[in-house]
Design a protein around this ligand. Structure first.
Ligand SMILES: Nc1ncnc2c1ncn2[C@@H]1O[C@H](COP(=O)(O)OP(=O)(O)OP(=O)(O)O)[C@@H](O)[C@H]1O
Ligand SMILES: [Mg+2]
Length: 268
């Protein structure tokens, strides 16, 4: 085992993504203060914390939806700045938002492609290629073992789990290197939770690094390699999944112990 500081240096070098001292305030509310995060290639990082802890805000910084007031972002060793989701997407960072951002009134296939549907040309004009659209949509869903009655079904007719799967399926079209999921299993039936967790595992085997935000700690414990806990805008702890327990995580989330952890425990 190398000395801790060497291990740290190596870790930073190998990181797929590194956030350094991120700060963000909304008026008087300090949503993020000095948050560090490391994501290694191909790992699943669980992000836990109480309501308002800053989880979604931190992930929006990463997806380019929010520009931080301070702090630095490194992607594959290079410092980057994201001024919009388009910029972080270009590097392969995709986010499934808490509200899913699906269009209820259009069908599954069109939701998967949203603006990038296959077209065919006729007399110099571009038309939607319906046959290719549904064939490709089915391929994407099959490839992820996602089952929906039909790619022609309107999204509003789907179950919560199916909607979640479609939202995840859509990001896969972009071949992400990092996929961020904000509460993908909240409000799902047990069977559907299982499917979403299976999907996370499947994407992991395909080399996608994943950040999973969840209040359902048992889900995080099941799929995450590492768990980071936030409290009132700060990162308060980080644990390897095999080296913690539900009880400890709950304690860290509600800050039962009066003492905040020192930097010696802070692996990033
Ligand atoms: N757009 C915004 N404008 C003003 N305040 C905001 C905004 N977004 C977040 N906040 C505030 O920042 C803090 C962190 O919110 P955030 O949504 O990141 O928490 P969270 O950990 O994702 O919580 P939850 O588990 O409830 O989703 C909260 O106090 C929230 O009210
Ligand atoms: Mg949130």
């Amino acid at each position: 085992m190398p000395p801790f500081f060497l291990y740290e240096k190596e870790r930073k070098k190998l990181a797929l993504l590194r956030l350094e001292r991120i700060e963000k305030s909304f008026g008087a509310i300090r949503a993020l203060s000095g948050v560090n995060l490391i994501l290694e290639p191909g790992e699943v990082l669980g992000l836990a914390g109480d309501n308002g802890a800053g989880k979604s805000t931190l992930m929006k910084v990463l997806s380019g939806a929010i520009v931080p007031d301070k702090g630095r972002i490194f992607f594959e060793g290079q410092q980057v700045r994201f001024n919009s989701p388009r910029e972080s997407r270009r590097l392969g960072i995709e986010m499934v938002y808490q509200d899913l951002s699906l269009c209820d009134t259009i069908n599954v296939a069109k939701n998967l492609f949203l603006g990038r549907e296959p077209v065919k040309k006729f007399l110099g004009l571009r038309f939607l290629n319906e046959i290719a659209l549904h064939r490709q949509a089915k391929q994407i869903l099959d490839n992820l073992s996602i089952s929906v009655t039909s790619t022609r079904a309107l999204v509003k007719t789907l179950s919560g789990g199916q909607r979640q799967a479609v939202a995840i399926g859509r990001t896969v079209l972009f071949n992400p290197k990092i996929l961020i999921m904000d509460e993908p299993t909240a409000a799902l039936a047990v069977k559907e939770v299982r499917k979403v967790l299976d999907l996370i595992r499947l994407l992991k085997t395909r080399g996608v690094a994943i950040i999973l935000i969840s209040h359902r700690l048992q889900d995080i414990m099941e799929v995450a390699d590492r768990i980071m806990v936030m409290y009132e805008g700060e990162k308060v702890a980080e644990r390897k999944a095999g080296e913690t327990s539900l009880e400890e995580l709950i304690r860290l989330i509600v800050r039962e112990s009066s003492e905040k952890e020192g930097s010696s425990h802070d692996l990033t």
